[in-house]
Design a protein around this ligand. Structure first.
Ligand code: SF4
Length: 390
């Protein structure tokens, strides 16, 4: 996540709630993408430091747990930059130019000069971020799919160029021989299904089977991953997109909640400000007087009920609004209570962390150390594959 400073309810419902779930289901790496912030905001580095720590505090305050997930800062791990550089040698310019967000963002951020090397290369930096951990899955929204796709293409190209070793087929066959007859036969059958019929399920089953084999070395395992797909040794596995359903959190004006629209409620916002913002929210313009009936579909408050209210309360809103049985303040009251209840534990936790910045820093230091071990391991393999291990 780019360091955007204090997070708001849009981040919480759109991203962090997913992370909270994922951290218990997978081995997760969540990082502050501070170099990415520089690709567009290179003229304002002075805001970066506060934004980084504010964001980390909000992650922790919502329950992202350093005991379950590894949290770190991108710029503390130089291996991201090294991998970015090495991958840049093999990445055709046209691949970067055709990433849809390249042109979109240049259009959107017209006031900035984004005709820079760094901005064109940011999808490659993202690829390095992913591949440095040989990640299996990347949690993204549908609008980010092109970025995972380019990562897959780059990994494929890398493996194709550098994954070949002399006698690769013979080595792979020898490794199959070490698995035991039954497993070896199953592996061969699955491999044929994938290579001859493109059966992706067979590929996934074969990969899972390989991961279970404790009697073959990691090197053999990588060889057999590559052999499965008809390529050489897989140094950088192709990640999959883990499409997460992103709830579209409405802002105070009914548009998507975003700092640039000035329609946010921040996670650390105090009680009075939350209540006052919600009370002032615009409603269906047809309800000028208390006894004018309204239409929830035309009201941004109704969109918030979709996020916070159960079916019973939603029925109450629909009936009460259309019959003018309830006033808009009545309608907002349970929402205000729900938002306050959601934010209260986050506020308390964030206050505690604000008062103990050393705790936050040491969580990040520990996470960075752990992440760096992983990234260094990958870079060793990458240098060795290219032949830079002299
Ligand atoms: Fe909107 Fe509720 Fe007022 Fe209807 S009663 S206009 S849904 S705030």
């Amino acid at each position: 996540m780019r360091p955007t400073g204090r997070l708001h309810l849009g981040h919480y419902h759109g991203v962090l709630k997913n992370w909270l779930r994922l951290q218990h289901e997978y081995e997760c790496f969540f990082f502050v993408a501070d170099w990415h912030a520089l690709t567009t905001h290179y003229e304002e580095p002075e805001k970066l430091e506060d934004s980084v720590w504010d964001m980390v505090i909000d992650w922790l305050a919502t329950g992202i747990n350093p005991g379950s997930a590894t949290l770190f800062i991108q710029s503390r791990i130089p291996e991201h930059a090294e991998l970015n550089l090495l991958l840049s040698m093999i990445t055709p310019l046209s691949w970067l130019e055709r990433v849809p967000s390249y042109k979109d963002q240049q259009e959107k951020l017209k006031e900035r000069d984004l005709s820079t090397f760094g901005f064109l290369g940011y999808p490659l930096l993202q690829s390095a971020d992913i591949l440095a951990y040989r990640a299996g899955q990347v949690p993204i929204g549908a609008d980010q799919e092109a970025h995972v796709e380019i990562t897959r293409e780059i990994a494929r190209r890398f493996n194709h160029l550098y994954g070949r070793e002399p006698g690769f087929e013979e080595n792979a066959e020898a490794a199959i021989g070490k698995m035991g007859r039954k497993t070896a036969n199953l592996y061969r059958k699955l491999r044929r299904s994938y290579l001859e019929q493109g059966d992706d399920e067979a590929l996934a089953t074969a990969k899972a089977l390989l991961k279970e084999q404790s009697n073959i070395t990691l090197g053999d395992q990588e060889r057999l991953f590559g052999y499965l797909e008809g390529t050489g040794k897989v140094i950088l596995p192709e990640p999959q997109a883990l499409l997460t359903e992103q709830s579209r959190m409405p802002g105070l004006d009914g548009q998507k909640m975003s700092k640039s629209y000035g329609n946010t409620i921040s996670l650390r916002e105090d009680r009075d400000s939350v209540a006052s913002k919600l009370k002032k929210m615009p409603t269906d313009p047809a309800r000028i007087r208390r006894n004018d009936p309204g239409e929830p579909e035309k009201c941004p408050v109704w969109q918030l009920h979709q996020v916070y209210s159960d079916e019973q309360r939603k029925d109450w809103v629909q009936t009460g609004c259309r019959s003018a049985g309830i006033g808009c303040l009545d309608c907002k009251k349970p929402l205000i209570e729900a938002v306050q209840a959601e934010l209260e534990p986050i506020r308390i936790e964030a206050r505690e962390l604000e008062n103990n910045p050393d705790v936050v820093k040491s969580i990040i230091s520990e996470g960075t150390e752990k992440a760096r071990d992983e990234a260094q391991d990958t870079l060793r393999k990458v240098r060795e594959a290219i032949g830079l291990d002299y």
